[in-house]
Write a protein that binds this ligand. Structure first.
Ligand code: CTP
Length: 489
């Protein structure tokens, strides 16, 4: 198998470990109490490949909680938090989260509710972990201090860039089906390949995801989305049959239908291309979600119109309406983040549509008004959405996009509608005409806003006041004596 990993494995990176105060304290306690102790898991993996690593996990062949207390005492570390159900203890030392657990025979699953009690050896513990690269341990014990403990070929897998389970993958995944998503996440994050036998087992067990909570699923999914090239993860998720289990709308984007010799693009791959493009410009998780969902309603709005070909009319509005349901099911936040994603989906066609007609200031003002402070994010998405394979077309779109960008800057500098604050408030209108709160106030405000956005009047209090007076009289309202003056704000 060819290496795909961009990391190089260097066991020398472990050499200094035992001289660091935390590890030295663990080693001293292990020697004093004659209890075998090991650093294990992600810390060891990341250190070996030179990735930044923070939190450290230790396994001891004995009482992990008591051991954690004595190490914390030796280090003068703060409070030890004990999670009795999981048999783990944690404290913070030098900004790192340090966790201890007693080695056990049962599966290592911090999310399982049943207490894991049967003590075991380090090897028992390692074989019940998810992947060989996450089962690597470093001895903290006299005689083997600093030596790698690797009974399942983790270092070899790390070197060749392979995600593989230590045990029969059917067992590893039935212990905790979330591990199937973790396999994809690690493959995506590290640029590794999933071992074919492990991947086959994922396909066989994909349905078991149904017992996993939406929170745990979205946590892994978001980690995939936050990688440098999430398309890799999404393709693996779909091919493994996992994506269908929690995000069927995305899978529905797959495929390119053809009728009378006319096809349309495969919106699954198009969406992923847009997502990767966005990722080159922004780390914002929710902007990335905007990319994921921008065309989500295409399958549901798709029509073949003789004479025209394929159309997806209204997919932006329908898509925006689909966002809350998808967020709710995945238990993603339903507040500003969701509204931001909805806005991106609803508006994603607007900037490019502007390039198809002579761009008027008024259309630009409307876009600025509707997008508000999210205009920059929207423009990143729109730029990313230009994926045409036809170079000429692509160039033309990109040129048009630049024109819109320029216009946006110009109009915003002149009119400041991005954070539009009405120059005449509802209060002003009530006082001017001496009327109580009622629908007329909203109507007058809308007329003023439209006049500003259309460029009929400037975004200025004096002109807005004049229009208010005019509109009021059309509606039969009488000015309150003495309120005719234009008070400055
Ligand atoms: N682990 C496991 N099965 C899980 C979750 C975790 O076997 N479902 C084990 C792995 O050995 C893993 C360790 O617990 O290395 C720590 O888990 P976690 O902190 O979630 O993962 P890391 O490997 O540290 O990676 P990251 O911090 O990137 O999530």
């Amino acid at each position: 198998m060819s290496r795909t990993s961009s990391y190089s494995v260097d066991p020398a990176r472990l050499e200094g470990v035992v001289r660091e105060p935390l590890f030295a304290a663990v080693a001293a306690e292990a020697a004093k109490q004659d209890i075998p102790a090991f650093a294990i898991g992600g810390y060891v993996r990341d250190r070996l490949i030179g990735r930044p690593c923070k939190d450290v996990d230790f396994v001891v062949e004995g009482d992990g909680i008591a051991f954690a207390r004595s190490v914390a005492k030796r280090l003068g570390a703060g409070e030890v938090h004990v999670f009795k159900n999981f048999g783990t203890a944690m404290f913070i030392y030098a900004d790192e989260q340090v966790e201890f657990v007693g080695a056990r025979k049962e599966s290592y699953n911090r999310n399982s509710r049943k207490p894991e009690v049967e003590p075991g050896s380090i090897k028992d513990d390692q074989e019940r972990r998810d992947f060989t690269i996450n089962a690597l341990a470093v001895s903290m014990n006299p005689g083997s201090l600093g030596a790698l403990v690797d009974p399942f070929g983790g270092i070899m897998d790390l070197d060749r860039g392979l995600i593989r389970t230590p045990l029969d993958p059917d067992i590893t995944f039935s212990d905790d089906p979330l591990r199937m998503l973790r396999a994809v996440r690690f493959a995506n994050q590290l640029g590794f390949v999933i071992d074919p036998l492990t991947f086959d087992a994922i396909k066989r067990n994909a349905k078991r995801l149904e017992i996993i909570s939406a929170e745990r699923i979205h946590t892994e999914l978001n980690k995939i989305i936050l990688t440098r090239k999430p398309s890799v993860g999404f393709i693996l998720l779909r091919d493994a049959g996992l994506l269908q289990e929690f995000f069927p709308e995305f899978v529905e984007l797959s495929g390119a239908e053809e009728k009378h010799g006319i096809g349309h693009k495969d919106n699954f791959y198009h969406t992923l291309q847009v997502l990767d493009n966005v990722c080159e410009k922004s780390d914002d998780l929710w902007l990335r979600w905007g990319a994921i969902l921008h065309d989500i309603a295409k399958p549901r709005t798709k029509r073949f119109e003789p004479g025209h070909g394929w159309t997806f009319h209204g997919h932006e509005d329908k898509g925006a309406r689909m966002v809350p349901g998808i967020f709710r099911r995945l238990k993603l936040p339903l507040d500003e983040q969701m509204k931001f994603v909805q806005k991106l989906v609803a508006l994603h066609l607007r900037p490019i549509a502007l390039t198809k007609v002579e761009v008027t200031d008024s259309a630009i003002r409307r876009l600025l008004f509707d997008a508000g402070d999210d205009i920059d994010a929207l423009m990143i998405l729109c730029r990313a959405d230009i994926t045409s394979k036809n170079e000429k077309k692509k160039e033309r779109y990109l040129r048009n996009y630049e024109v819109v960008m320029e216009k946006l800057k110009e109009v915003e500098a002149k009119d400041q509608v991005r954070n539009f604050q009405p120059p005449i408030t509802g209060e002003d209108i009530m006082r001017a005409f001496n009327i109580p709160p009622c629908k007329l106030i909203g109507d007058i405000k809308t007329v003023i806003k439209d006049a500003i956005l259309d460029g009929r009047i400037q975004n200025d209090r004096a002109q807005a006041w004049e229009l208010m007076v005019e509109e009021g009289s059309k509606l039969g309202l009488k000015m309150e004596p003495g309120s005719g003056a234009i008070s400055s704000k």
